[in-house]
Design a binder for this molecule. Structure first.
Ligand code: AMP
Ligand code: ZN
Length: 471
C-alpha cells in the first residue's frame, strides 16, 4: 500500500514518492525552534509530529536525512539580547541546550543535523546575491534588501502556492520589515536587514552593508545547503505556511536553476495547533505550559508525548491537565500489559506476531491515522490481557506479542525503556543488603538501601526477591 500524506501544495492526501530514483533516501526539513525562551508544549506538538513523520518513514523502510534548524537570530531574540544586555550566543545557548533536553525527555529521535542560522550567513548572502542578480530582490532606501513579489510574479513564478492570497489589496513597492506578519499585510519582505542601533553588536558584513538576515531566508539557505535545491518533505506548524513557508518557496525558486516540473519542496506538511480553551497556545497569549512546568507537576515526558500523539496532526485539540491525566491512565494500561507479557515471556526470544504490526502499519501509512493506530494497540492490549488473565498465553506467544509491540513502538516512541542491568558494584551492594537481612542486621540493611538510593537505585521487594530500579 505505501505511505500517503496530505500535501499542503495539492490540498489532497497523495502517495509519498521520494525524489531519490532509488526510492530509498528521503530529505526531511522541519523548521526548528526560535531559541529566545523555553519551547512550550504547543511548539512541542509540532516537533513531536515531525518525529512521528520521520519514524513512520523509517518504519516503512526509508533512509531519512532529518534536518531541523535552530533559529538563533531573528527579531524576538535581538529584542531579548538588547533587554538583557548580553550577547547573542550567551543568550541563546542555554535555551538551545534546554530544547535538546526536552527533545530527549519527549522521546524524539535527534535530527541528523541541527544547523544554527548564525552558522550559515555566507550561504544566505550568496542566495540573496542570486536573487539580486535575477532582479527579484532590490535594495531599498533604508539600506535593507527586499524580495519583490511583483518582479517574482512577473517572471511567471507563483507566489501563493500554500495559501490563497488576495493580490488586489497589495500595493506595489509596499514593504514589511518584521519577520512576522499576516496575509493582510502582504508586501515585499526583508531578506537582509540593514543594521540599526537597536541591533547592538548583532550584525555581519555583506555586499549591502552591515546587517543581519531576515528569518525566512535562513531556512531557504540552510535547507538547500544540506538537502539540495529540491527535497522531499518540509514540515512546520500551520502558522508557518504563511508567510514563512510561502517566502521560503519564493526565495528558493526565485533564485533559479529549477527545470520544468522541478520545485523547491515536493511535499509540504503542516501540523495543526495545540489549543487552550479554543485559543492557540502561544507565548503572546500567556496560555502556555512548558514541558518543565508539566514535569514539575509530576508528569513524565512519555505521558506528554502520548497526549500529543493522541490526535491526528491535522486536527487542533485543546490541552487540559485532565486530558494529560487521561493520557497517564491510558499509557499505564499499555505499560502494565507489556510488563505482564515480559514476565510471561521470561526471556524467550520472539518474532513479531504479524497481526498487530500489519494493522498498525495500515493505519499509520494512511496519513498518520493515529486514532486508528491507537485503536489497534488498545484492542491488542485487551486481547493480550484476556489471554494473560485466563492463563492461556504461552511464553512463545508472549514473546511474539512483545516483539510486535517493540516494532509498533518504533513509531510511537512511548514505551518504557527497559532498564539495562545495574552495574556490578550496585549488584554487589544489593547482595550485601541481602546478607545483612539474612543475619537480621536490619540497621546495616537499611544503611545499604540508603547508599543505593544515594547512587540513584531503588530496591523493590517483589515475591520473586528484591529487584533494582533506577530512581
Ligand atoms: P517558534 O519557536 O515560535 O518558531 O515555533 C516553533 C514551531 O512551533 C513552529 O513550527 C510553530 O508553527 C509551532 N507552534 C507554535 N505554536 C504552536 C501551537 N500552539 N501548536 C502547535 N504548534 C505550534
Ligand atoms: Zn523555517
Amino acid at each position: 500500500m505505501g505511505l500517503r500524506f496530505f500535501n499542503t501544495l495539492s490540498r489532497t492526501v497523495q502517495p509519498f514518492v521520494p525524489l531519490d530514483p532509488g526510492g530509498r533516501k528521503v530529505g526531511l526539513y522541519c523548521c526548528g525552534p526560535t531559541v529566545y525562551d523555553f519551547a512550550h508544549i504547543g511548539n512541542w506538538r509540532t516537533f513531536v509530529f515531525a518525529d512521528l513523520v520521520r519514524r513512520a518513514l523509517e518504519f516503512s523502510g526509508y533512509e531519512v536525512n532529518h534536518i531541523m534548524n535552530i533559529t538563533d537570530v531573528e527579531d524576538k531574540i535581538i529584542r531579548r539580547v538588547r533587554e538583557t544586555g548580553t550577547t547573542l550566543p550567551a543568550y541563546t545557548g542555554p535555551y538551545e541546550a534546554a530544547f535538546f533536553d526536552d527533545l530527549t525527555a519527549l522521546g524524539c529521535r535527534r535530527p541528523h543535523q541541527s544547523p544554527r542560522a548564525t552558522g550559515y550567513i555566507p550561504e544566505m548572502i550568496e542566495l540573496i546575491g542570486r536573487l539580486m542578480e535575477r532582479g527579484v530582490a532590490y535594495r531599498a532606501a533604508d539600506g535593507s534588501v527586499y524580495f519583490s513579489i511583483g518582479k517574482y510574479r512577473g517572471c511567471g513564478c507563483c507566489y501563493g502556492q500554500l495559501v490563497k492570497l488576495n493580490f488586489d489589496e497589495m500595493r506595489a513597492g509596499e514593504r514589511v520589515s518584521s519577520d512576522e506578519y499576516s496575509k493582510e499585510s502582504l508586501a515585499d519582505f526583508a531578506l537582509w536587514k540593514a543594521w540599526v542601533p537597536e541591533d547592538g553588536a548583532v550584525f555581519w558584513p555583506s555586499p549591502w552593508g552591515e546587517g543581519r538576515p531576515g528569518w525566512h531566508i535562513e531556512c531557504s539557505a540552510m535547507s538547500m545547503k544540506l538537502l539540495g535545491p529540491s527535497f522531499d518533505l518540509h514540515l512546520g506548524g500551520e502558522d508557518l505556511a504563511f508567510p514563512h513557508h510561502e517566502d521560503e518557496i519564493a526565495q528558493s525558486e526565485g533564485a533559479g536553476g529549477y527545470g520544468p516540473g522541478q520545485r523547491f519542496v515536493k511535499h509540504w506538511m503542516h501540523g495543526a495547533h495545540l489549543m487552550v480553551e479554543g485559543k492557540k497556545m502561544s507565548k503572546s497569549l500567556g496560555n502556555f505550559f512548558t514541558l518543565r512546568d508539566l514535569l514539575a507537576k509530576g508528569f513524565t515526558g512519555r505521558e506528554v508525548r502520548f497526549l500529543l500523539l493522541s490526535s491526528h496532526y491535522r486536527e487542533s485539540f485543546n490541552f487540559t491537565l485532565e486530558g494529560l491525566s487521561g493520557a497517564r491512565t491510558a499509557l499505564a494500561r499499555v505499560d502494565e500489559c507489556v510488563d505482564k507479557l515480559r514476565e510471561t515471556a521470561a526471556g524467550t526470544p520472539g518474532v513479531p506476531s504479524p497481526g498487530l504490526v500489519e494493522q498498525f502499519r495500515a493505519a499509520v501509512e494512511e496519513d498518520l491515522n493515529v486514532a486508528g493506530a491507537w485503536g489497534v494497540v488498545f484492542e491488542w492490549v485487551r486481547e493480550s490481557n484476556r489471554k494473560l488473565a485466563a492463563g492461556t498465553m504461552t511464553a512463545g506467544e508472549a514473546a511474539a506479542a512483545l516483539a510486535a509491540w517493540e516494532w509498533v513502538d518504533k513509531v510511537l516512541g512511548v514505551g518504557r525503556v527497559v532498564e539495562a542491568g545495574a552495574p556490578p558494584e550496585i549488584e554487589a551492594l544489593l547482595e550485601a543488603r541481602q546478607a545483612a537481612r539474612k543475619s537480621k542486621d536490619f540497621k546495616q540493611a537499611d544503611a545499604i538501601r540508603g547508599e543505593l538510593k544515594a547512587k540513584g537505585w531503588l530496591i523493590e521487594d517483589t515475591p520473586k526477591g528484591p529487584k533494582l530500579k533506577k530512581a
